[in-house]
Design a protein around this ligand. Structure first.
Ligand code: SF4
Length: 165
């Protein structure tokens, strides 16, 4: 997606090969959220030398789904910000809390609320936090080693590909 250039005034998208889209259609996704459907010309995509890198569709031309302008630009800016050293430093603070959230979800069913109402839900969260603390104290006393950071299947594949290259 980052290789495509969007011109919001002209309601057009330019692909990495410099071709202009032929269709720009305002639509909605299944949740009713406004989106824009974009499509390129079949004649351009059929004859394109990098087609296999661009689309897996056997015959149809490349299509794109865009968010509306404000959301799209906010996302692009956020992705840009994520590449900065400042962001990485800020985000590193989350590494501890991500592990705690994961433990709460996997070990203590944190995603499921057992009660109705905010007060009871808050009580459940406090009890869950206390249970996590107890389990951690037990693990510390028993010298149970910390679990290694999980690597997603996709990341494993990417690492393997890098190692082969
Ligand atoms: S397949 Fe179509 S959209 Fe993709 S780069 Fe080629 S011409 Fe552009």
């Amino acid at each position: 997606m980052s290789h495509f250039r969007v011109n919001w005034q002209r309601k057009a998208v330019y692909c990495p090969q410099g071709k202009r889209s032929r269709l720009w259609k305002n639509s909605h996704d299944s949740y009713g959220k406004p989106i824009i459907h974009v499509e390129f010309r079949k004649s351009h995509c059929s004859a394109c030398s990098v087609r296999s890198q661009c689309t897996r569709a056997p015959v149809n031309p490349r299509g794109l789904t865009l968010m509306i302008q404000d959301e799209y630009e906010a996302l692009v800016n956020a992705r840009q910000r994520q590449t900065t050293a400042e962001f990485k430093q800020q985000y590193s603070l989350r590494s501890g809390i991500e592990g705690t959230i994961s433990q709460g979800i996997r070990g203590f069913n944190l995603r499921q609320c057992r009660y109705i109402g905010l007060r009871k839900t808050r009580l459940q969260h406090i009890l869950t936090a206390a249970a996590i603390n107890l389990e951690r104290i037990y693990a510390w006393l028993e010298e149970i080693p910390l679990a290694k950071t999980r690597i997603s299947h996709f990341q494993k594949l990417a690492n393997r590909k890098l190692a082969i290259a």
